[in-house]
Design a binder for this molecule. Structure first.
Ligand SMILES: C[S@@+](CC[C@H](N)C(=O)[O-])C[C@H]1O[C@@H](n2cnc3c(N)ncnc32)[C@H](O)[C@@H]1O
Length: 279
């Protein structure tokens, strides 16, 4: 099966409209392989049938979900971009906590937007457990969302292979994971309790409007798959969702240049982080 350029554009424009993910022309083969897989699984004969199925015969979005589950890139691991996380723990977390303590607010809300298989939100949970001063006095809540239901199911189980935990410091591995059998690491219940995994498409305005009062947004290595228009849309929602003085962390190859000038650019421990002005 070969996708013609016309068919490819129909598929990729549809995905772009639904999920904000933009596939360039050079991604034709990548998308074609995934269309092939769905054709086989649905017993369909040609791409045209599949496109019709996807666009017009999918009232509940079941096929769109199945397609997105194989189309998204879900690469992640614990303590990804370690130095950025250290800078978060040492600088911004302390700053936000001090501000909140002064006004008697002991609630901290973090959001891992595009959490994939859960390594990022569980990493944040470990950092908070380990680094938050008087941790027991805080009510901490980590919202973890993704568009892909397959990775969310994996994340909820919280069971990982050695590749995922390779950057976890040994003492954290001992404190925060159980290893029931060889080469299997399962996050402890205490961390699981802190993370609330939910499906959310970052292009879904109604879904985004349900989220508020966030102190830190981690949206790392997600918007690289979007184009500038969809990035702008998402980031303007992030602005509304963040508490004044709250921070956004992006991946190391991502930036707000050409996306938004609404945030203050702060340099913390050698890393750039974006802050919503306090007033
Ligand atoms: C490469 S992973 C990043 C995981 C983690 N944030 C990290 O940096 O390690 C990108 C994730 O973004 C999710 N994603 C892509 N488009 C999305 C959308 N429109 N809404 C929500 N999540 C999306 C994918 O399903 C994928 O799990």
């Amino acid at each position: 099966m070969k996708l013609s350029k016309y068919e490819y554009h129909r598929v990729r424009d549809f995905i772009y409209r639904k999920a904000g993910i933009f596939f360039e022309d050079r991604k034709l083969y990548f998308v074609q392989k995934r269309v092939e897989k769905r054709l086989e699984e649905l017993n369909l004969e040609n791409t045209d049938q599949y496109i019709r199925e996807l666009q017009f015969r999918d009232p509940n979005g079941k096929e769109l979900q199945a397609f997105l589950n194989i189309l998204t890139t879900n690469e992640t691991y614990f303590f990804r971009e370690f130095d950025q996380l250290a800078s978060f723990a040492e600088h911004c977390l302390t700053e936000v906590c001090e501000r909140k303590r002064k006004i008697g607010n002991a609630k901290l809300r973090l959001w891992s937007a595009g959490c994939s298989t859960g390594e990022e939100p569980y990493t944040l949970a470990i950092i908070l457990k380990e680094m938050l001063e008087n941790e027991k006095d805080w009510l901490v809540d980590i919202l973890a969302t993704d568009i892909n239901t397959r990775v969310l199911n994996f994340a909820k189980k919280g069971v990982y292979e050695p590749r995922a935990i390779k950057d976890v410091p040994q003492e954290y591995l001992t404190s925060w994971f159980n290893s029931y059998k060889k080469d299997t690491y399962s996050v402890k219940q205490e961390l699981k309790k802190m993370c609330d995994f939910r499906i959310l498409n970052l292009m879904d305005k109604a879904g985004l409007s349900q989220i508020s009062n966030i102190d830190f947004i981690f949206c790392r290595n997600v918007l690289i798959y979007f184009d500038n228009d969809s990035r702008k849309q998402v980031v303007s929602h992030f602005y509304d969702i963040l508490n004044p003085g709250g921070f956004i962390y992006l991946g190391h190859s991502e930036s707000m240049t050409r996306i938004s000038s609404a945030f203050k650019i702060r340099r913390k421990g050698g890393y750039i982080v974006y802050q919503k002005p306090e007033n």
